[in-house]
Design a protein around this ligand. Structure first.
Ligand code: SF4
Ligand code: SF4
Length: 371
């Protein structure tokens, strides 16, 4: 039985009270982490952006969780993440978490060094290059941000754990698991390997549309808390009126028997009071797998990233982010352009573009097939 707390929070100034209420409703912080544990807080540090853009976990959410732990006498607390681009310290400074962490005396861990972790034979993924602090801590408290995602539809609790993989190895996961189904199976295996103790999703201001890096902030007024990340993602999907079975992470978790919505207990505020049918997220069923598996049909049915040339400042961060060894995005004739034959549609380029100059379009035939 999974228990999840949905808490209304309309303003970040009230987030400490909201998170405390939610944690208490599911059993209190001591139920999930021991006093002597070495605790790692894992926010979303996609890239350096001021918090009003809703790219990163809000600093007030980080502060509230840190303060709840400090108030209860927890001593060994640190935090960290592996951003898609740039240093974690810079992301932390720009989004305001650095200042709050210093106030609570919570140090930032270096995620740049990694260690191979081999996982059990009957799993889908076999190996991860984990950031060392992730392996050295006793308990992870995951602090995801509620955002849309081009490959996985949503990035919530499960997807946020990808940042526990060090540096460019995250990009290589896209090469190894190049479609949404395989990528989501890998994410579930990563979650089962890491076993975070608690997930606290920041949905006070979420991101809709061209997420997870260039979408539009949207007030959703919700904090979702559980020790089950799939339960968090399930509630996220329900709140944005997306069929949870279209989220491959949830679908796979159900297939392997680690999640059952019939056994989900929701406490706190009524889920119906949060539902937003206008939230901009991909809701159509993906019926295109059989077409995309045939090479000749691919260009006509697969979504693809494209450059809004007027917004592009030619910084080339998108090229750096592309995990395809021979690069599916290049700078030629003074402009950025794609080689769609090489492109695996991982959307790392779109996530890392600092100017929102990369959008994603769906071919008309594909829209028709999805009906
Ligand atoms: S990252 Fe964005 S702004 Fe920079 S070159 Fe690429 S498309 Fe242009
Ligand atoms: S061009 Fe963009 S979407 Fe295509 S493989 Fe490279 S990073 Fe991924």
């Amino acid at each position: 039985m999974s228990k999840v707390a949905l808490i209304r929070c309309e303003n970040y100034k009230d987030v400490y009270t909201a998170i405390k209420r939610g944690i208490d409703l599911i059993g209190g912080i001591e139920k999930f982490v021991k006093k002597e544990d070495n605790i790692l807080l894992k926010p979303n540090f996609l890239r350096a952006k001021e918090e009003k853009y809703a790219v990163t976990t809000n600093s007030n959410v980080f502060y509230a969780v840190g303060k709840i732990l400090r108030d209860k006498g927890y001593e060994n607390i640190s935090y960290g993440d592996s951003p898609g681009t740039g240093s974690a310290l810079n992301v932390s400074k720009v989004c305001g978490i650095d200042e709050k962490a210093r106030e609570l005396n919570i140090p930032l861990k270096d995620f740049s060094k990694s260690k191979s972790v081999f996982i059990k034979e009957n799993s889908f993924a076999k190996e991860f290059q984990m950031a060392k602090p992730v392996l050295e801590c006793d308990s992870i408290i995951n602090l995801p941000k509620m955002k849309t995602h081009q490959l996985a539809r949503i990035t919530g609790a499960t997807k946020n754990l990808l940042g526990c993989i060090s540096g460019f190895n995250k990009g290589l996961c896209h090469v190894k698991y190049p479609n949404s189904v395989e990528f989501s199976k890998m994410l579930v295996d990563l979650m089962l390997t890491l076993k975070p103790k608690l997930h606290i999703l920041d949905g006070v201001v979420a991101m809709e549309g061209n997420g997870p890096g260039s979408g539009t902030p949207k007030k959703m007024n919700v904090i979702i808390i559980s020790d089950d990340p799939i339960a968090v993602d399930y509630c996220f999907a329900k709140i944005v009126d997306l069929n949870p079975d279209y989220v491959n992470v949830i679908k796979y978790a159900k297939e392997i028997g680690i999640f059952n919505e019939d056994e989900l207990e929701i406490v706190g505020d009524d889920i119906d009071s949060f539902i937003d049918k206008d939230f901009d997220v991909e809701r159509q069923k993906d019926k295109k797998e059989k077409w995309t598996s045939v090479k000749v049909f691919k260009p006509f049915v697969m979504k693809k990233p494209y450059i809004k040339q007027k917004k592009c400042i030619k910084c080339k961060k998108c090229i750096e982010a592309c995990p395809v060894p021979t690069k599916a995005i290049t700078f030629v004739k003074n402009r950025i352009s794609y080689n769609y034959n090489k492109c695996i549609r991982c959307y790392c380029c779109q996530e890392m573009c600092p100017k929102g100059a990369i959008a994603v379009k769906t071919p008309i035939i594909s829209k028709f097939l999805s009906k």
